[in-house]
Design a protein around this ligand. Structure first.
Ligand code: ADE
Length: 247
């Protein structure tokens, strides 16, 4: 996959490819990341790309022309996939979005700054995405987050392909809790079932804890899921045990 990122801070965006999974994806040739400096497309000699908003108000607005020129250059180099603007008013980025985008051959990301981008540019953007209901000072961190979430889903990037399927959210649930050595840590034992070698029991325990953790902290995530009989039973038992523990 090839990802183009248009930004006022291309060196910031480049950092995402220096570490961990994204770095590994680039090294393996699964991902090519290129950042574009919006100021290279400025109309003005001072390389400024912002102006005061028409109609008044605080702050500055990114002008349409430099962003449009940058988009055109990035698309010439990488015409595949959607053009996406990172903005707090976009559709919220989720694991389902990450999975959808990981299937694309290319992506072009446009990072806003200041009070936003001239609205007329939005006609040249396919999707507006937000990473949550809060306001960052720019779209760069949002783009880096998106790149990380997508890169780890690219074929051949995660060592164990199963772990992407078992991620939190990939089935609409949080992941189950994990334990590792030592078996006893400061008086706390690992749940006995995990040491039992009984793989069917471990699978059920993990499924129940995934359902239970989701129910405890984000119950709305369960609303859209059609739980099968086993899952319903495991969740019912989890809730009953939780109520007994509370009372
Ligand atoms: N730019 C500023 N805030 C943002 C957010 N929440 N998501 C995406 N881009 C942003």
């Amino acid at each position: 996959m090839r990802i183009e990122v248009i930004s006022l801070f291309p060196q910031l965006v480049d950092q995402v490819a220096r570490y961990g999974m994204v770095q590994r994806a680039c090294a393996a040739g699964a991902l090519q990341l290129r950042s574009w400096d919006l100021r290279d497309f400025a109309e003005r000699a001072d390389r400024r790309v912002d102006e005061r908003p028409f109609g008044g108000g605080p702050g500055m607005v990114l002008q349409a022309e430099p962003a449009w020129r940058a988009l055109r250059a990035a698309r010439e180099s990488n015409p595949d996939g959607p053009v996406m603007a990172l903005t707090p008013r976009g559709d919220v980025f989720t694991q389902a979005w990450a999975q959808r985008l990981a299937a694309e051959r290319g992506l072009t990301l446009l990072c806003g700054r200041y009070e936003g981008i001239d609205e007329r540019l939005m006609a040249h953007v396919d999707v507006q995405l937000s990473i949550g209901d809060f306001v960052l000072s720019g779209g760069e961190l949002a783009a880096m987050l998106l790149i990380d979430a997508v890169a780890r889903l690219l074929p051949g990037v995660l060592g164990n392909a199963r772990s992407a399927c078992e991620d939190s959210f990939s089935q609409g649930l949080f992941d189950h809790p994990q334990y590792t050595r030592p078996r006893e840590w400061r008086g706390e034992e690992v749940p006995a079932v995990l040491m039992s070698g009984d793989h069917a029991a471990i699978r059920r325990w993990r499924l129940q804890r995934a359902l239970g953790t989701t129910w405890l902290t984000r119950p709305k995530l369960l609303v859209g899921l059609e739980l099968n009989e086993e899952q319903q039973g495991l969740l019912r038992d989890f809730i009953a045990a939780d109520r007994r523990a509370v009372n």
